[in-house]
Design a protein around this ligand. Structure first.
Ligand code: ASP
Ligand code: MG
Length: 411
């Protein structure tokens, strides 16, 4: 008997008919002798709807209250799915995050899971229940409702799989796996049978929306066996999806590049004329980190005349807040000349563990983009990724030509 965690996204929970289909799939898995824990998202569009209601009342709503509101979407779907299961003769019990006790820190709207009490779930499983848990939410030590950041139900799923040592965590979504890139941009994009956990982490952090990045971090840390699958296929004829593997259990030849990821959700800021002396990077980025804003790419050039320019990217939604932090705190303290920014940027990344052992990937990428006349504003690399920031209007072109140049169009 295996213990399986299945997570269903918003589209899979989109209406009563789909919820019934999900229930059927769960019944099928349970009838094969598996113990089932199900994590669900809110119905598609619901979290946006809830958050926009708050924004209609205040442009800058209190984060604690946003979590109180946003968490209700999943409270509805756990109830609906449990009813659908009961309708099909399956014993089911729903839990909100706080009822399980998914304990988090108190960083409202982007809380991190600290611990999970697995005892009540284990008891229900042993009593033959399917346990249905609300994704995306938890509770802090003072009993406040928290949420885990957009897309956070994936993380709930993986965290539960880790806490209960599940045999597999299956993420059901509206695509049948992880693709070489977004098929809406490149129709030739292919589903990957497997991708390493490190590649998936890079893909997620470089903008692939298939899995929330924290869920991938969790899976890596606790070695959760993670699979992405489509919830629109018939449960008796389900494709294999994409399995997230660990490099050491792969024995086949790696492709050099596994995927092209992109992100339109960042903005670039440049602090011009900062004094070129020790501690400057910390003085600029410290207040931004304190405000809990994620900084992604960072570039500082060699100085001349005692000053230098310092550029970095932040989520576009944090652009205005970052500018005001820079104006208020940073400019005066460090005596920078000017702060300029650009929200019309996009980031494109080539990701692949094979680049570790194959030189020339960066030059191929740069040549391919140069041939299209695309200017590179920023470049950053890791062992298995090369990312560039370009003008947003060239994004789709860049993704297409790179996908082709790295041979991802061919099976
Ligand atoms: N409902 C939440 C969101 O839309 C969490 C999730 O779907 O994973 O972000
Ligand atoms: Mg999602």
């Amino acid at each position: 008997m295996a213990l399986i965690v299945q997570k269903y996204g918003g589209t899979s929970m989109g209406n009563p008919e789909r919820i019934r289909n999900v229930a059927r799939r769960i019944r099928h898995w349970q009838s094969q002798g598996n113990q089932m824990i199900i994590v669900v998202s809110a119905m598609s569009g619901e979290t946006n709807r809830l958050l926009s209601l708050a924004k209609e009342i205040s442009p800058n709503p209190n984060a604690r209250e946003l979590d109180v509101i946003a968490s209700t979407g999943e409270q509805v779907t756990i109830g609906l799915l449990s009813i659908a299961l009961e309708e099909q003769g399956v014993k089911a019990k729903s839990y909100t995050g706080s009822q399980v006790r998914i304990l988090t820190d108190d960083a409202f709207t982007k809380a991190r899971i600290l611990s999970i009490d697995d005892a009540p779930i284990r008891k229900d499983l042993d009593d033959g229940y399917v346990v249905v848990v609300a994704g995306f939410q938890g509770v802090d030590e003072n009993g406040n409702i928290t949420t885990l950041g957009r897309g956070g139900s994936d993380t709930t799923g993986v965290a539960l799989a880790a806490a209960l040592s599940a045999d597999e965590c299956q993420i059901y979504t509206d695509v049948d796996g992880v693709y070489t890139t977004d098929p809406r941009i490149v129709p030739e994009a292919r589903r990957l049978d497997r991708i390493t956990f490190e590649e998936m982490l890079e893909m997620a952090s470089q903008g692939s929306k298939v899995l929330q990045i924290r869920s991938v971090e969790f899976a890596g840390k606790y070695r959760v066996k993670l699979r992405v699958l489509s919830s629109f296929e018939d449960e008796t004829n389900q494709g294999p999806g994409t399995l997230i593997t660990f490099e050491d259990d792969k024995n086949m030849e790696e492709p050099i590049i596994s995927g092209i990821a992109f992100n339109r959700d960042e903005a670039k800021l440049t602090v011009l004329g900062v004094p070129d002396r020790p501690g400057i990077a910390y003085q600029i980025l410290g207040p931004i980190a304190d405000a809990n804003i994620d900084v992604d790419m960072i570039i500082q050039n060699v100085g001349h005349d005692g000053t230098t320019d310092f550029s970095f990217t932040v989520p576009r939604s944090e652009y205005a807040r970052t500018i005001s932090i820079l104006e208020d705190q940073v400019k005066q303290h460090i005596g920078a000349r000017e702060i300029v920014g650009d929200t019309h940027i996009a980031k494109v990344s080539a990701v692949g563990v094979g680049m570790r052992s194959h030189p020339g990937v960066a030059s191929k990428m740069f040549r391919t983009l140069a041939e299209e006349g695309i200017n590179l504003q920023m470049i950053s690399t890791s062992e298995i990724k090369i990312a560039v920031v370009i003008d947003e209007k060239y994004l789709e072109l860049a993704v297409r030509v790179l996908h082709k140049a790295f041979g991802l169009d061919q099976a």
